[in-house]
Design a protein around this ligand. Sequence first.
Ligand SMILES: Nc1ncnc2c1ncn2[C@@H]1O[C@H](COP(=O)(O)OP(=O)(O)OP(=O)(O)O)[C@@H](O)[C@H]1O
Ligand SMILES: [Mg+2]
Length: 322
Amino acid sequence: MERMIEVEGLARHFGPLVAVDDVSFSVSRGEVLGFLGPNGAGKSTTMKMITGFLAPTRGRVAVAGNDIARKALAAKAAIGYLPEGAPAYGDMTPASFLAFAARARGLGRAAARAGIERAVEQVELQAVLEQPIETLSKGYKRRVGLAQAILHDPPVLILDEPTDGLDPNQKHQVRNLILGMARDKAIIISTHILEEVGAVCSRALIIAQGRIVADGTPRELEAMSRYHNAVQIRVAAEGAEAALAGLPGVERVVALGEGAYQVFPTAGASITEAVAGHARAQGWEVEQLVVEAGRLDEVFRRMTTGEQDVPESLPAPGEEAA
Ligand SMILES: Nc1ncnc2c1ncn2[C@@H]1O[C@H](COP(=O)(O)OP(=O)(O)OP(=O)(O)O)[C@@H](O)[C@H]1O
Ligand SMILES: [Mg+2]
């Protein structure tokens, strides 16, 4: 696979604050890398350094083989960047802003027209093309920024919270747009929406206090959860809790009420067969049995706060963990 983004030992200090601290990774064509992390973790700062908008204190970035410091023009030509927040130039209309962006990109008239037309269609901006950007709703401002990022069809996209402020339909649309573009591009997105990771990312980094604290596919990250391979069972049977707790590979059982139990395995073990087999052998009437893949929100919390999420009590089945 062709490595399109290479980041090595990247760091950025703001006075005494270490916003980004020795970050290294690479992204190849065909990959969508997610940046997850709490507010202030250093996601946007890292993106600004990758796109050449901010100089690093230490470290190196290469985009499409070009060092962002030494071959800035070639590197930037390969990048589409959606910064956080709304586009500058609020008094422009989307039409004039996109024309301006295309000129700044050095596109000729025909290429500019074709690129703008395609981008406007892809993010559905037609209805507001002649309305000043500052009067647009938050979601439309976001879409103007997205159109600007993709109008020159760059091989590398750096999108800082691309679905922030969009309505559910537009979120869906933008995720599909990203997935469609992913085949021949290298893409980084930051997000606070954990479902987005499974929906669009091939890999994700969890970042906390400027450092990468986890790196893996959505499945690998989920598998780090205490809920990975946990079994939720609802049975009408006397003594079920004690029986479940005595099964091999079972670490603990939490009663959820109304005959439902959450059965946690010892690290990584699979207990589905043990639980289902026992239920069969005992002739239990099983109303529901669900095996969990894991919960990204719990992994996120543990990795970014160090909080151990070993529940004493749990929400009712079907509800999200608090
Ligand atoms: N120009 C600046 N001057 C001083 N501190 C800054 C500057 N830019 C960012 N920081 C600080 O660097 C840290 C990282 O900020 P950054 O914007 O990268 O976080 P983030 O992960 O994008 O957060 P969010 O999820 O809120 O967007 C924060 O503590 C922020 O206050
Ligand atoms: Mg940010």
